[in-house]
Design a protein around this ligand. Structure first.
Ligand code: SAH
Length: 243
């Protein structure tokens, strides 16, 4: 048992330290480096990330494997975290699925999720900074305008801690900011058999990326990685500037 734990710790450590070495000079090179470094394995996640150019969603070093500032104290998360999230959700982001992206920020992951659920699926991106909702709309319009026109992607301004009840239940929920605990509204809005990936901050301030499954109406939680995300908070705490 000890030996197994040690081996799995080593694997996680190796994978995570390699994660930051996946930078490329183009979107394709970045995504291929992430796959070669075993950050993710899903072919469908690969296809989605190849089809969505991260350069449409941030102008600063888009192909570096690092988070970048997008204003309003928000970041576009690091590519290795986006890749990992899509990998954990691969069996839930299937054709026709209904998904929620909480803290959709730049809109990048919302579009990757929409690629995976296809034209018969829906992804709601909820973001509390109205300015970022507008920015994400502009980013998506560059190469994926049809997703907005068809309603395949829906962008909502609101407090993601409440989820988005109008379109619930969701087969997949991604939360892109760290919560102090798992918001009850989000577990309530998870469909039977659905999965949520959420960074959760413990009392010691450390964050864990949690996988939450709803199986036979029961919630099963598992920590999959240690992570660093910006907080899931109120608009005023995040940004004191006014519109
Ligand atoms: N996933 C996005 C953004 C990650 S940063 C991307 O990769 O581009 C986290 C985002 O969560 C920020 O845009 C921030 O504004 C948003 N956020 C934080 N608290 C929130 C809340 N309570 N409701 C909705 N969005 C929130």
């Amino acid at each position: 048992m000890r030996r197994l734990e040690l081996i799995s710790t080593l694997i996680i450590f190796t994978t995570r330290s390699m994660a930051w070495r996946s930078s490329g000079t183009s979107n394709k090179e970045l995504v291929e480096n992430l796959r070669n470094n075993h950050v993710f394995a899903s072919q469908r996640a690969y296809d989605a990330m190849i089809a969505v150019d991260r350069g449409d969603f941030t102008r600063s070093d888009p192909y570096q494997d690092a988070p970048q500032r997008i204003g309003y104290n928000a970041t576009i998360s690091a590519p290795h975290m986006h890749a990992a999230a899509l990998d954990y959700l691969q069996n839930h982001l299937v054709a026709g699925a209904n998904a929620l992206d909480v803290g959709s920020g730049s809109g990048y992951l919302t579009v990757c999720m929409a690629k995976m659920v296809g034209s018969t699926g829906t992804v709601v991106g909820i973001e509390h900074m109205g300015e970022l909702v507008e920015l994400s709309k502009k980013n998506i319009e560059k190469h994926h305008k049809e997703m907005l026109d068809s309603g395949n992607v829906i962008l909502v301004e609101g407090d993601g801690r409440q989820g988005f009840a109008e379109k619930a239940p969701y087969n997949a929920i991604h939360v892109g900011a760290a919560a102090k605990g798992v918001p009850k509204a989000l577990t309530d809005q998870l469909a039977e058999g659905g999965r949520m990936m959420i960074p959760v901050e413990g009392e010691d301030g450390n964050q864990e990326f949690m996988q939450i499954d709803k199986i036979d109406g029961k919630i099963e939680k598992k920590t999959v990685e240690h992570v660093i995300y910006v907080p899931l908070t109120s608009r005023d705490k995040q940004w004191s500037g006014h519109r």
